[in-house]
Design a protein around this ligand. Structure first.
Ligand SMILES: [Zn+2]
Ligand SMILES: [Zn+2]
Length: 213
């Protein structure tokens, strides 16, 4: 099993490639830098059509704009149940597509996720944690054997997600961060900025101390 960051340029979210029995992406960026993502996949002898599963941490355009490039070559999309219809209908407001000066075309969603779901990829089994606050249907993905956490825009290495956006709620984000702070996390893979492959617990507890003293 390997995890690589293969995108995150400009306005793109970080894009994580998980090479396991099921080839998986966590988020897809805006789609603007697809050629670069395709090249980065090529470094691992993979093509976009080899990606079987794309999990969106939430519905924002900087995470889902690139979905289409993978869906059109057979990839299945999974997102929290509260945000699935926003993607299916091509919502422009809650997804912030308009804010990015783009239009979100309707995207098929194969799997609607709920808190407590387990996504078995092979060596890794991701646990779905519903962590609302940045958006209503934001999720984090925890792997208890490897102690790794994909945290979307809920928590970053050095801060927390915005709560001034459609369906954001500051009190919910606080509860979500406290929930994440209870986990034993070694590796943190957030939706933006640097990731941490050691000592993630320290980063998370520092954020709790500084943002929610
Ligand atoms: Zn984002
Ligand atoms: Zn976001």
């Amino acid at each position: 099993m390997q995890i690589h960051q293969i995108g995150g340029l400009g306005f793109d979210s970080n894009i994580y490639l998980i090479i396991d029995k099921t080839i998986t992406l966590i988020d897809a960026g805006t789609g603007v830098n697809f050629k670069m993502i395709e090249q980065n996949l090529g470094k691992f002898n993979l093509k976009p059509s080899d990606v079987e599963l794309l999990i969106n941490t939430h519905c924002h355009y900087d995470h889902v704009g690139g979905n289409r490039d993978f869906v059109t070559v057979g990839c299945k999309v999974a997102v929290h149940e509260l945000e699935a219809d926003l993607l299916r209908k091509g919502d422009q407001v809650v997804t912030l597509a308009g804010g990015f000066g783009k239009r979100l075309d309707p995207i098929e969603v194969e799997r609607e996720l709920r808190d407590g779901d387990r996504i078995k990829l092979g060596e890794l089994t991701l646990q779905v944690l519903h962590t609302p606050g940045h958006t209503l249907g934001s999720i984090s993905l925890y792997e208890p054997k490897e102690l790794l956490l994909f945290s979307g825009d809920t928590i970053f290495r050095d801060g927390v997600g915005r709560t001034d956006l459609p369906t954001s709620e500051a009190a919910a984000l606080r509860r979500s961060i406290y929930r994440l702070a209870k986990l034993n996390v070694r590796k943190l893979y957030p939706g933006h900025g640097p990731f941490a492959e050691e000592g993630a617990n320290k980063f998370i507890s520092r954020i709790v101390r500084t943002v929610y003293p």
